[in-house]
Ligand binder design. Sequence first.
Ligand SMILES: NC(=O)c1ccc[n+]([C@@H]2O[C@H](COP(=O)([O-])OP(=O)(O)OC[C@H]3O[C@@H](n4cnc5c(N)ncnc54)[C@H](OP(=O)(O)O)[C@@H]3O)[C@@H](O)[C@H]2O)c1
Length: 251
Amino acid sequence: MTEAAFNPFSLEGRQILVTGASSGIGEATARLCANMGARVFACGRNEERLNKVVSELAGAGHQAIVGDLTDPAARQLVVDAVPSLDGCVFSAGTAALAPMRLLSQKHLDAMFAVNYNAPVLLTQALLAKRRIAHGASMVYVTSIAQHVTPNATAAYAGAKAALTASVRIMALEGAKHGIRANCVSPGYVATPMLDGLEDVMNPEQLAATAPLGMIEPDEIAAGIAWLLAPASRWVSRTTLLIDSGQTLHVR
Ligand SMILES: NC(=O)c1ccc[n+]([C@@H]2O[C@H](COP(=O)([O-])OP(=O)(O)OC[C@H]3O[C@@H](n4cnc5c(N)ncnc54)[C@H](OP(=O)(O)O)[C@@H]3O)[C@@H](O)[C@H]2O)c1
């Protein structure tokens, strides 16, 4: 390829794992990666929705992997199914709310199991089985909940903050193998997860928190794709905040 033809935003020929690909940000990421030329290994719990997404991806060779990533057997299934990966996107996650006064061990465990333990333990298992190629990019979806203070998110925000801290260590340890690790921290994004917050905030209140407008999943996927692509080659251990100005008031 001539220098002039080099496209720093292309994912042509890359093999990329996307968790949470059956919905929202993960689904948008899987679709965009495929459009940019990648072969996608898509994980989700809901088999019907996941298979539909995979069947609609551009290009060929994509694969659906069904399972609950809080289950070690499901993580092993992923490790066994994937080849050497050039990129991983950890988007699977859930947010449940509980004010501090009502916080329980069960709630804390549930938030950490899916938002912290699952991505960290899946990363460990992929590394241990040498499924992460030299030059690969790892992208973890965190949340502005760790930077600002949405009501009743102590457990969720704590899990995402812990994930950010571990990703920084992953970046340090990965560097000697040419592996990058970064976070994308979204503000409120119009996905099914947000529907679960309707009890505490109606759509108008949600929209009012975002001075630049409501974010769509595709727009988070674009940031993730940049972190996967050669364009961000020298970027590691950072958090890309995509929040439509929701944290502008935090000084
Ligand atoms: N939407 C927002 O406003 C927002 C803001 C900040 C951060 N985030 C973060 O963005 C990520 C994606 O959220 P989203 O908004 O796209 O939500 P979503 O539309 O509800 O999608 C969540 C995805 O995670 C998967 N998932 C959940 N629990 C899982 C488990 N135990 N094992 C395997 N997969 C699991 C779901 O699978 P199934 O659907 O197949 O069950 C689904 O594919 C999450 O990490 C979330 O914390 C979202």
